[in-house]
Design a protein around this ligand. Structure first.
Ligand SMILES: Cc1ncc(COP(=O)(O)O)c(C=O)c1O
Length: 391
């Protein structure tokens, strides 16, 4: 019966997006753990800490109070106001709460933003290496992701020159920027971001700025595209700084011209965002002291890796500016980062993500290590990788 159903209904061509390899690494790591091995997890990009106590307490209280019906499609008004207020606190910006749209994680924010701003067939620039779902969501929606290779000279970001060069080949409708970025952890300076936004908008290219790692900046303060343009679409989330990945809650700041389109889309695609998560998210803003302690933990982890990995043999990585990723060049040891990651997991017991997930062009040379785990795991990772590479 199951076989018959399969043969009648075939997946659409646009659903044929590539898998996320990090999930394969997770499965392999779990298999080794089931055999009794102790594995150091540096593969998945999520905080080891949970939501702040303020968020948990608010969710508990709301659970007892119930019921939890739908909310307004654009989000609970007090949460939208609180998010808008945060732009004043973080960037000295006055953002109208009406421009804030609460979403089911930034992931849903991307779908809404792409549907509202682009037509099927539109070309949208994305950096490589970069976060794979940018490309895959665009593809699933019938848009064309245009890969722009970045390198040391461009400080691993799209520049106005590289953007306009692709625009001249065939017009682009949009560009996605992310700073701090995943998988590299590198950031754009304010000058670089301002230059890119100005050139893009002068050329009629819409800017979508993924600011999900804001709050986790160590080298210098992360700039918001909201300070540089009122036309840029800002994507953010409670997943990373606020340690709320599983609560599935994020937000957009959108230009007024797109607001009603996004509202209509979210009405139809989701009705509203989970109510309990919205209540918890609003209270998470009061957990600042706890969240700053978590951030200082990442800073310490980062220092341990920056000190220890070169001694262990991994001495070439991209600027480790923010987020909680270190993107290491492993080409001295292997021409295939998937094979390298598989052997490192099996022989050293350290799980990391091969760069091929993030970069179809040069990813075979790189490995992403996430340092959002426990401090002792960082020491373990350095020691295990060092011993393994020395063999
Ligand atoms: C750069 C970047 N953007 C967006 C997301 C999506 O996060 P969420 O949907 O949990 O907000 C992630 C998750 O890892 C990410 O790394």
């Amino acid at each position: 019966m199951l076989e018959k159903a399969k043969s009648l209904l075939q997946p659409s061509a646009r659903s044929g997006v590539p898998p996320f390899m990090v999930m394969d690494v997770m499965v392999a790591a779990a298999r080794l753990e089931a055999q009794g091995r102790r594995i150091v997890h540096m593969e998945v990009g999520q905080p080891a800490a949970g939501a702040p106590a303020t968020a948990i307490a608010a969710a508990r209280a709301a659970l007892s109070a119930g019921p939890h019906g739908y909310t307004e499609t654009l989000g609970i008004a007090s949460l939208r106001r609180r998010i808008a207020r945060a732009y004043g606190e973080w960037h000295g910006l006055d953002i109208e709460p009406e421009r804030v749209v609460v979403t089911t994680g930034s992931s849903a924010g991307f779908t809404l933003a792409f549907l509202a701003a682009f037509e099927a067939g539109d070309r949208v620039a994305v950096a490589v290496p970069g976060y794979p779902p940018y490309r895959h969501i665009l593809t699933a929606l019938g848009c064309e992701p245009v890969l722009i290779e970045t390198n040391q000279q461009t400080r691993w970001s799209i520049t106005s020159e590289s953007l306009l060069a692709r625009h001249r080949e065939r017009p682009l409708k949009g560009v996605i920027v992310g700073s701090p970025a995943n998988p590299t952890g590198t950031m754009m300076t304010t000058a670089a971001l301002a230059d890119l936004i100005r050139c893009a908008e002068d050329a009629g290219i819409a800017v979508i700025s993924d600011e999900i790692y804001h709050g986790l900046d160590y080298a210098f303060a992360a700039e918001s595209a909201a300070r540089l343009s009122s036309d840029a679409i800002i994507v953010n989330s409670f997943s990373k700084y606020f340690c709320m990945t599983g609560w599935r809650i994020g937000w957009l700041v959108v230009p007024p011209s797109l607001l009603r389109a996004i509202e209509r889309l979210q009405q139809n695609l989701a009705i509203s965002v989970p109510t309990l998560s919205q209540i918890a998210a609003e209270a998470a803003f009061d957990g600042r002291a706890e969240l700053e302690r978590v951030k200082h933990g990442y800073e310490e982890n980062r220092r341990i890796l920056l000190d220890g990995l070169p001694r262990a043999g991994l001495d070439t990585f991209l600027p480790v500016d923010g987020a909680f990723y270190l993107y290491a060049d492993i080409s001295r040891f292997s021409a295939d980062s998937f094979d390298f990651a598989t052997r490192m997991l099996d022989q050293a017991g350290v799980a990391a993500t091969p760069g091929v997930d993030f970069d179809p062009l040069q990813g075979r040379k790189f490995l992403r290590l996430c340092y959002a785990g426990a401090r002792d795991d960082m020491h373990q990772a350095v020691e295990r990788i060092g011993n393994w590479l020395a063999k």
